[in-house]
Design a binder for this molecule. Structure first.
Ligand SMILES: *[C@@H]1O[C@H](CO)[C@@H](O)[C@H](O)[C@H]1NC(C)=O
Length: 235
């Protein structure tokens, strides 16, 4: 399967594209395509470094009268939401505002998917953004229990990523809100060009098996040497 993808990508982009691709810890290492596990580690690091993601849900059937147009029923909508990486399982943490479309759709029974991508720091932009990793986590939203919120230090973790969001934390006077997680069922990964990156599904066990150490040590394409761990938000 991977060989086929690699051949297909080579046919499309041609071998000359090799010089356009930024180095990463895994790319070209031993002249091979990163394994599914190595790809899962990169994806977990991207999640860890991301503060925002596009969360897609589907509008429910147009039953009760509502302010939304009837013809959006059954259509997906991807909206950018605050996210944080606060649980060791890699299920992204969300601050679910009851008033927000994403969470209304989830409350009405929609599944959800979160799309993330890697943008290297300024100064190391690759010639071809198509060479950069992007992926989607698919699953569903679920509220966090009080004991889980405490066990994972969710408010403090979320506030490190989003200090401004304190105003909407559960119990605030502006909006009804609750802590939630995206329970990851499947991961679809596009690591870059198919002749040098893995493109395909990552099983959720692989996603969950990634350790904090692996995430910490992973170097994404264009990522600089790290000066300390300022960007290390969670855990
Ligand atoms: C959500 O996904 C599950 C698993 O694929 C599926 O069984 C269920 O029908 C989906 N729910 C909706 C509302 O589409």
């Amino acid at each position: 399967m991977r060989l086929i993808l690699a051949l297909a990508a080579t046919a499309i982009v041609g071998p000359a594209s090799a010089s356009l691709i930024p180095q990463s810890q895994y790319a070209f290492q031993n002249n091979r395509i990163p394994t599914v596990h190595e790809s899962a580690v990169m994806a977990r690091r991207i999640l860890h470094l991301s503060a925002l993601g596009t969360l897609s849900t589907v509008f429910p059937a147009a039953d009760a009268p509502s302010s939304r147009p009837a013809d959006v029923a059954g259509t997906s909508i991807g909206l950018i939401e605050y996210i944080a990486d606060c649980e060791p399982t890699g299920d992204p943490t969300l601050l679910a505002l009851d008033i927000a479309t994403t969470f209304k759709n989830a409350a009405a029974g929609s599944n959800a998917s979160l799309s993330l991508s890697w943008t290297p720091p300024p100064g190391s932009r690759p010639v071809s953004p198509a060479s950069l990793p992007r992926f989607a986590l698919t699953g569903y939203l679920e509220p966090l229990r009080t004991d889980e919120v405490a066990a994972h230090g969710i408010p403090a973790c979320f506030a490190r990523a989003h200090p401004d969001a304190r105003a909407w934390f559960p119990g605030n006077r502006i909006h009804a809100s609750r802590w939630a997680r995206l329970v990851v069922r499947e991961v679809y990964w596009v690591g870059g060009f198919g002749d040098r990156a893995y493109i395909g599904w990552i099983p959720s066990e692989e996603w969950r098996s990634v350790t904090r150490e692996e995430v910490r040590e992973c170097v994404l394409p264009g990522e600089k040497e790290r000066e300390g761990w300022r960007e290390w938000l969670g855990f």
